[in-house]
Design a protein around this ligand. Structure first.
Ligand SMILES: CC(=O)N[C@H]1[C@@H](OP(=O)(O)OP(=O)(O)OC[C@H]2O[C@@H](n3ccc(=O)[nH]c3=O)[C@H](O)[C@@H]2O)O[C@H](CO)[C@@H](O)[C@@H]1O
Ligand SMILES: C=C(OP(=O)(O)O)C(=O)O
Length: 425
């Protein structure tokens, strides 16, 4: 993939057909990190799409000495971490992957020290890591910071851990570290997201003892050894949501295959409020929309089970075609409106009251074609959606971003009748 590549969308036509949901990046990344915990033997993780973030995680794992064999056709990865050799993570990789932080607990357990330079990921504001480091310190780690964080320790003891905010990777990291600390740890105000739940099931299958799954209080009893396992990762609710909103904005009828409707409850609720018809048929969602005359919506992002911040940019695209004013409030990240500048290029009328985390969308917009360059996965998804509602040509540069979160995007959209192509300048 080069910076010359871009995605071209010629929208303005309804979608029809079926699309399968990919495996969940945000559940798989902690599983890849945890697959470094067993001292011998191969772990197998299934339903692993070849997303850019996942490929960077493979490179990090190989860098520290793990053998990683990936079978993209089968979406299976096999990890053998018997011979880990180093614990200094290179900035050339960590600056591309925020989930690099999830490699701290396994390397600490296996090698007694980790050196982590700055981490990358979506630029959404401050994105502190203080809950992670404070938790590791309470469990017994020593942490120093200079041009990199150095986390070290040999002896970890269970304790009470409290997150000021139910951080997603913070919960995963503390759960993993508590899993090998002696005695019992209680994690309060933990994240309850489905990906955290799936990751906890992964750790339990490895031999960990974790109680309170899906609630805000997790109790973890440390064990001395965790074993390699064979695990099928959950499907990606964010990928499912992208295709739901694609049907909503473009119009037509699309079946989305491989969802847990409960995990998407609020998105379904908001889309139905907007006038999109959604039928739940077991693990398939049938989404049908006129693609115009939608009703405006109020959205406030919250930790799960609230409305997911990762859907905020996409529902903003949808609200642009609604008749009237929509209010979109971001409450998780302090800078998560970068898609607004890109949407405006397509003609959207959006007032930003950034200090209040509020965007007021004045719909309906008749989108015009434009060249865009979104700076993160979900902003790119937002522009892709707007492009589907625009009869002119829209382009999305910086395609690395969308490839971090969605696999084979152009082919999967073509499968449901969209004119989405990947091109080189
Ligand atoms: C790889 C992955 O799973 N990424 C997801 C994860 O990111 P991530 O786990 O980084 O997000 P968090 O839940 O940790 O962040 C939520 C909020 O807590 C703050 N915070 C977090 C940790 C900390 O130590 N100190 C602190 O202040 C952050 O600045 C942010 O304002 O959850 C986000 C919120 O659902 C999603 O948008 C991301 O897609
Ligand atoms: C914000 C995201 O990822 P990360 O936390 O890795 O930046 C995302 O997946 O939308």
């Amino acid at each position: 993939m080069t910076d010359q590549e871009f995605i071209q969308i010629q929208g303005g036509r309804p979608l029809s057909g079926s699309v399968c949901v990919q495996g969940s990046k945000n559940a798989i990344l902690p599983m890849l990190a945890a697959s470094l915990l067993p001292e011998s033997g191969c772990s197998v993780i299934r339903n692993v799409p070849p997303l850019n973030d996942i490929l960077v995680a493979f490179e990090l794992m190989r860098h520290v000495g793990a053998q990683v064999d990936y079978f993209p056709g089968e979406k299976v990865v096999c990890v053998d971490a018997t011979h880990l050799t180093r614990s200094d993570l290179p900035e050339s990789l960590t600056c591309r992957l925020r989930a690099s932080v999830l490699f701290i607990p396994p390397l600490l357990k296996r090698l007694g020290e980790v050196r982590l330079p700055s981490v990358g990921g979506c630029p959404l504001g401050s994105r502190n890591l203080n809950y992670h480091y404070r938790g590791f310190a309470r469990l017994g780690a020593t942490i120093t910071s200079g041009d990199a964080f150095v986390i070290s320790g040999e002896d970890f003891n269970g304790t009470s851990l409290y997150l000021d905010f139910p951080s997603h990777t913070g919960t995963e990291n503390l759960m993993m570290a508590a899993g090998f600390s002696k005695g019992v740890s209680v994690i309060e105000n933990a994240g309850a997201d489905p990906e955290i739940y799936d990751f906890a099931k992964f750790l339990i299958k490895m031999g960990a003892t974790i109680h309170g799954l899906g609630t805000r209080t997790l109790t973890v009893e440390g064990v001395t050894a965790l074993n390699p396992i064979d695990y099928y990762a959950m499907n990606d609710r964010l990928d499912a949501g992208l295709f739901m909103m694609a049907a909503g904005i473009a119009g037509g009828k699309v079946s989305i295959i491989g969802v847990v409707p409960e995990d998407l409850r609020l998105l379904i609720e908001k889309m139905v409020q907007m006038g999109v018809e959604i039928r739940v048929n077991g693990h398939v969602l049938d989404v049908e929309s006129p693609g115009r005359n939608l009703k405006p919506v109020n959205v406030l992002t919250c930790p799960y089970p609230g409305f997911a911040t990762d859907f905020q940019p996409a529902i903003m695209a949808l609200s642009c075609i609604a008749d009237g004013q929509s209010y979109i409030r971001e409450r998780i990240f302090d800078k998560r409106f970068s898609q607004v500048a890109e949407l405006r290029k397509l003609g959207a009328d959006i007032e930003l009251v950034e200090d209040d985390g509020l965007a007021i969308v004045n719909g309906p917009t008749t989108f015009r074609g434009a060249d865009t360059r979104p700076d993160n996965i979900r902003a790119a998804s937002c522009i892709l959606l707007a492009g589907l509602a625009c009869p002119e040509t829209t382009t999305i540069g910086n395609v690395y971003q969308i490839g971090r979160g969605h696999f084979d995007i152009e082919n999967r959209f073509q499968q449901i009748g969209a004119r989405v192509t990947r091109k080189t300048r």
